[in-house]
Design a protein around this ligand. Structure first.
Ligand code: GLA
Length: 733
């Protein structure tokens, strides 16, 4: 093998956007490396850029290979790289190790041979391993938000089939980033944070559930030790894919570390015939100062999506926890009347309206309105909802069937299975193989028929089980998760093309399908089936690490939580929910007059402030007491903020000391006052700065402070019981 070409002799590209820089070099005989990803490199020119590239070449270490070990975005063992390979593929044991040679690097479509610097742009690198008969196309894009994303396409050029096992793209970390933060969870308690040191070896999070998963890694961060919401140099990676996937952090013996991600492919799942290609999902990288900065980049990216999800999110009523499967027409009409009277703007009919679906044992997959419960179709309900001025939404679970359904009886071969026996059931259901043309058409046609017949503005798209042994019975049981995920995306795309104003919610046993892949095509996620506000404080705090608040389904439920049995005041339930896309999931016929009198002002408060709550920058304060949280939203122009002080357990100190809130303009003056929307929390003791309550008993005058004063000096806290919250409004004078 000839000695490698010296570093810095090939094209070098410097991308800058949103205070982030990516410096990429692609010497011809090897795949490109990210020499720098992180804080913006100001003042760089060709000479200094080349110096950085050359300066990053490490020593040849003792007892190492005799060439410098340089990591590529797709790591290749042929370069001597000792870590996890970026591509694992073979033709029955041949072509298993690649040595790609770069043929071209383009920047926004134009070839680059020397040095190029630009703002956000797309770099495409094409490379070929002629011996192995494999072509590679790498795409790296720096987005206006400062996010960088990568994906790869592998193409087979040989007559013999190429089985692709794994393609992982990586992002380099500085050595100081040696603490990890990612997530786990379960049904009803999604996105639980976990921290660990980044040590030598592999921190590998594999998801084999065929959906994003309620225990998914979600976002894998690495940062300087103890990084917080506003502190530390933080790097994060997210695989934008709703099927099996990986997130990983690796530190090799040289001390170099990486974050990476990709799709997790099952054995034999991707087999490329001659000329065929496989493309990975986008793998996103975010760098920021503190976790809020990382979150802000993801929010700004999601907010740039078209069609745009605005802040004018309609207050929603979902009937699930109100009636479950009891589809009594009069009861549901009455619920619509009660909802409209409160100011609800969207009414969603949940599970139980179709086929023999009177409970969760049968009927799933038979997407025809049930004569038994809806003898006149859904028209009486849809008409009532529309005439009350609300939008109508309907629940579906398109990828699933009960064994006891007409569709599963007619087409048992459409059920995903790796062997003649079907997989273990989960929630009494099986997965319909949308990779089969007939099964896909069955679901699409039924959905389209219903969308044509009824005035439906919103779909709640559910997915209530993990995929187990999800094979294609019509192809000898071959793995089908990749094809299923693609078919799911295709179906969403088809429906949206036919009904451009239709909104779709991604629900999956609660929050088990929350990722940037599904959010390219859906407009809301259901955060969790657990609506207990104490637990929701945790889940909202961490779901916003990736997803902006306007996408987070956030409901006020009954006083006693159906999932935890805990009882909470309406004030705490509402003060928690207004930081997302607000809804109600409660049998209003059972709410007392006092509760309804309290609920209405909360809906009004949300409507008055949603333009701020759902469009601003999310701020989460680091605190010395883990029982007392302060979080909120600051208007992009810094003219106002809404924030909450939340007590989640008995605080360490009594009275709780001062709270602070950052993000406002340091020099501007703001009127800060508590917003006691309906009733004040029971037992509340107000600190002196609130002032005398005004004559009508509603408002306290508060004080005028600067943004810097609020951020650094703070204001005295009121006394609150556990599971109580106070909201504050700050308005620039
Ligand atoms: C899932 C969803 C719930 C509800 C039920 C209906 O659990 O997360 O919100 O729609 O299915 O069966």
């Amino acid at each position: 093998m000839p000695p490698p070409l010296p570093a810095g002799t090939g094209p070098i590209v410097h991308l800058r956007a949103g205070t982030v820089s990516v410096l990429l070099e692609a010497t011809a005989d090897r795949l490109p490396s990210i020499v720098h990803w992180g804080p913006e490199l100001v003042g760089l020119d060709e000479e200094t850029a080349r110096s950085l590239v050359v300066g990053a070449v490490p020593l040849v270490g003792p007892n190492n290979v005799d060439v410098p070990l340089r990591a590529a975005v797709l790591a290749e063992p042929s370069s001597g790289w000792p870590g996890r390979p970026g591509l694992r593929a073979s033709r029955e044991g041949r072509s298993w190790s690649t040595r790609f040679v770069v043929s071209e690097l383009t920047l926004d479509g134009l070839p680059v041979t020397g040095w190029a610097e630009t703002t956000e742009a797309m770099v495409v690198v094409t490379a070929r391993d002629a011996d192995a008969g494999i072509d590679l196309r790498l795409e790296l894009e720096l987005l206006p938000s400062g996010l960088v994303r990568q994906r790869a396409t592998v193409t087979n050029h040989d007559a013999q089939v190429l089985a692709v096992d794994d393609v992982t793209l990586s992002f380099p970390l500085p050595p100081e980033a040696d603490e990890l933060l990612d997530f786990t969870g379960r049904w009803g308690r999604e996105r639980l944070p976990q921290r660990s040191p980044l040590v030598a070896g592999l921190h590998l999070r594999e998801n084999r559930k065929g959906r994003t998963g309620n225990d998914s890694a979600y976002l894998l961060h690495a940062g300087t030790r103890g990084f917080g919401f506003a502190s530390g140099d933080v790097y994060a990676v997210h695989t934008a894919w709703s099927g099996n996937h990986t997130h990983l952090a690796e530190r090799v013996f040289t001390g170099e570390s990486f974050l990476g991600g990709g799709e997790l492919l099952l054995s034999g799942e991707v087999r490329l015939t001659e000329g065929a290609s496989y493309t990975t999902p986008w793998v996103y990288g975010a760098h920021g100062h503190g976790l809020d900065d990382v979150a802000r980049r993801f929010h700004s990216h999601q907010r740039s999506r078209r069609p745009k999800v605005g802040a004018d999110r309609p207050v929603t009523l979902n009937v699930w926890e109100a009636v479950y499967f009891d589809h009594d027409r009069d009861r549901l009409l009455d619920l619509a009347d009660r909802a409209a009277a409160l100011g609800v703007e969207r009414y969603v009919l949940d599970d139980g309206w179709f086929g023999s679906r009177r409970d969760d044992h049968s009927g799933l997959g038979d997407w025809v309105v049930s004569d038994e419960v809806w003898p006149d179709g859904l028209h009486p309900l849809v008409d009532r909802v529309r005439s009350l001025g609300m939008e109508f939404g309907l629940w579906f679970e398109p990828e699933m069937v009960n064994a006891d359904s007409d569709v599963a009886r007619a087409h048992p071969e459409w059920v995903m299975a790796a062997r003649p026996q079907w997989p273990v059931e989960s929630r009494n259901q099986q997965v319909l193989n949308l990779g089969i043309v007939g099964a896909y058409a069955h679901v699409r046609d039924h959905l389209m028929t219903l969308l044509d017949e009824y005035d439906i503005g919103y779909l709640k798209w559910d997915h209530n089980r993990d995929l187990v042994e999800a094979g294609d019975q019509t192809d000898g049981g071959r793995p089908g998760v990749h094809a299923q995920t693609e078919a799911f995306y295709r179906l969403l795309d088809e429906l949206r093309a036919a009904h451009p104003t239709l909104e779709i919610e991604s629900c999956s046993s609660g929050g088990a399908r929350v990722d940037l892949g599904v959010l390219e095509r859906t407009d809301r996620v259901w955060v969790s089936d657990n609506i207990d506000p104490h637990d929701r404080q945790h889940m909202l705090r961490w779901t916003t690490q990736l997803i902006p608040p306007e996408y987070l389904g956030s409901h006020i439920a009954s006083g006693r939580s159906h999932t935890t049995g805990r009882v909470h005041d309406l004030g705490f339930r509402a003060a928690t929910s207004v930081f997302g896309h607000l809804g109600i999931e409660w049998d209003l016929a059972r709410a007392s007059d006092d509760e309804l009198a309290e609920l209405r002002p909360w809906l009004d408060f949300f409507k008055e402030h949603r333009g701020l709550l759902l469009a601003g920058d999310v701020v989460r304060m680091d605190g010395s007491d883990s029982c007392v949280w302060v979080h909120g939203v600051v208007a992009i122009d810094r003219s106002s903020a809404v924030f909450a002080q939340v007590v989640l357990d008995s605080p360490r100190h009594q009275p709780v000391t001062r709270f602070r809130f950052r993000g406002l303009d340091p020099e501007r003056r703001y009127a800060v006052r508590p917003a006691l929307v309906a009733a004040a929390p029971s037992g509340l003791a107000a600190p002196p700065w609130w002032g005398e309550r005004e004559a009508n008993g509603a408002a306290y005058p508060g004080v005028v402070v600067t943004g810097a004063g609020l951020a650094h000096t703070g204001l005295a806290s009121p006394a609150l019981h556990p599971d109580q919250a106070v909201l504050y409004l700050a308005t620039a004078l």
